[in-house]
Design a protein around this ligand. Sequence first.
Ligand code: GDP
Length: 384
Amino acid sequence: MEYLIIVVAVLAVLAIVTGAVFFVRPRRRGPGRAAPPAPPAPGQAGPAEASGATAVAPTLPPVTGPAGPPTVEEAPTPLAGRMVRLRGRLARSQSAFGAVLLGLLSRDALDDRAWEEVEDTLLAADLGVGPSRQLVDELRTQVKVEGAQGTEAVRALLRADLVNAIGADQDRALHIGPHGDRPAVVLVVGVNGTGKTTACGKLARALIGEGRSVLLGAADTFRAAAADQLQTWGQRVGARVVRSDREGADPASVAFEAVREGIEERVDTVIVDTAGRLHTKAGLMDELGKIKRVIEKRATVDEVLLVLDATTGQNGLRQARVFAEAVDITGIILTKLDGTAKGGIVVAVQRELGVPVKLVGLGEGPDDLAPFDPGTFVDAILGG
Ligand code: GDP
């Protein structure tokens, strides 16, 4: 009997210890979820409420909703060299276009019909009428003058002409250097669904990876989900988000508050996400103009980046034009280039807006945003 009591007691103790270990052990984070960033210093929230905007202290992210980005744990890869790393994505989406071109140009006899087919291929890749014709004219002359024959010779000519059409020496750098004690400000604009909020999150992550501090402003106040999505990104990448607690609040006051707090906290960069409802052009002009003006009361708007979805083709270009008329764009973020074979849109959009593509989106992952490099892009198209 005594023996039985001892056995039961030992088993009971074991059960208690096992249970305690199970419950006390900290819950493992899901694979790849970032640790929460440090809470803001006391007193940071400031008079946000006065302007209808509130500073949101980072807390543990709500576990992924369908709109959330993939979870992240590793440090971001450096921005430089990302396009080479993501070349495979480009090759998958663009190489069919390159293969057709090279196939046509490698024919023994390049007659009018063949050149027309080359032009049609360029047009089908969304290069645009003017640039396609110009490229064919240049190539045609070069092939004739240089007597280029064979795949390699033609490939070299085509590579040079495509890089030239894209613009090898355009300034594609993000100008977000510090202004004394003022942060650099990046305004991100574009139609909803193009990947604006995702681009803000990816950019914040990349800049933080380079050692800069970033504050995000959720000036898309029309959709609570947009601010929530930005907040999720902020929490994952370690950037505080300034947002309104009121749907439909004045976007300009949220942008102003983000910049004000950015100055107060001496952050390096403030990235402001804006609403992209395609209402009237006048409405868009009013809204974006006001956002820019109020920011400029306190800081300089260094970059106005237009986000354009590469898969939307000519329709996307039309929308881009409306934004460009509403606000001075300084660069383009071309997203979803991994999901279209129509890489010619790079040339078309630059022509249309007169500003360079600075960044490209090559997937939904947190590091799938790369500084655009024409040479790497063309090499991926031509499989070189
Ligand atoms: P917003 O409404 O403009 O803010 O767009 P979101 O940032 O919510 O993005 C819309 C959808 O596009 C999301 O599902 C993103 O994951 C997706 N997305 C954004 N950028 C890219 C990209 O470069 N490639 C791919 N394949 N998907 C992207």
